[in-house]
Design a protein around this ligand. Structure first.
Ligand code: SF4
Length: 197
């Protein structure tokens, strides 16, 4: 039988059960396509088991504006691609006991980092000022958060405690990780669950 592999951050401090008996769980959408969150929602009836043990205190599916204090576990989808991501990632690290890179974009940069071969100015010109539906340069150019020169995976900006590979991670993989974290255990994956893509 294949030996169970341990996540590179198996020494991560497990989430301590809060006083109300529920884990304070957050999910965050950085530079990704939301496919990891769609896979999270595919947990279907397991979501009932999850939310019997956890309160969702921040998530794109809950439309909360401020990342809260005292979060036990935060799943981060997507790579770090702009200045808003940098600010939010640092807040997450300060306010979360356990931070998890959720999906290949957070773990490696993946699809989001494909633009790294281009200069930011060339990229923006190509996409917004030369392509179909293009708009002229103008006062609205700074309405979007400034892009970083290069997209980076989450762990290159902040300490990450566990990694869930996959594009997107399938529900078995997500449940394996989430149920371990809820139980205060390190995240461990069978070898076949440690693949990218
Ligand atoms: S890992 Fe895949 S599914 Fe998840 S955000 Fe990136 S491209 Fe989308």
């Amino acid at each position: 039988m294949a030996r169970k592999q341990t996540n590179p951050r198996e020494d991560a401090a497990p989430a301590a059960p809060p006083s109300n008996g529920k884990i304070r769980l957050a999910t965050v959408w950085m530079g990704g396509c939301s496919g990891c969150h769609m896979s999270f929602l595919d947990l279907d009836e397991k979501l009932l088991d999850l939310f019997a043990q956890a309160d969702l205190v921040y998530s794109p599916i809950a439309d909360l504006k401020e990342f809260p204090e005292n979060v036990d576990v935060t799943l981060v989808e997507g790579a770090i691609a702009n200045v808003d991501h940098v600010k939010l990632a640092k807040e997450i690290r300060e306010r979360s006991k356990i931070v998890v890179s959720f999906g290949d974009c957070a773990v490696t940069g993946n699809v989001t980092s494909l633009r790294n071969r281009l200069q930011v100015d060339d990229l923006l010109t190509k996409v917004y000022h030369e392509g179909p539906g293009s708009v002229p340069h103008g006062d609205d150019d700074d309405i979007m958060p400034a892009l970083l020169p290069r997209v980076i995976p989450l762990h290159q900006l902040i300490k990450v405690d566990a990694f869930i590979p996959g594009c997107p991670p399938d529900t078995d993989r997500i449940w394996t990780a989430v149920s371990a974290l809820l139980a205060g255990q390190p995240v461990e994956f069978e070898p076949e669950m440690r693949l990218f893509g």
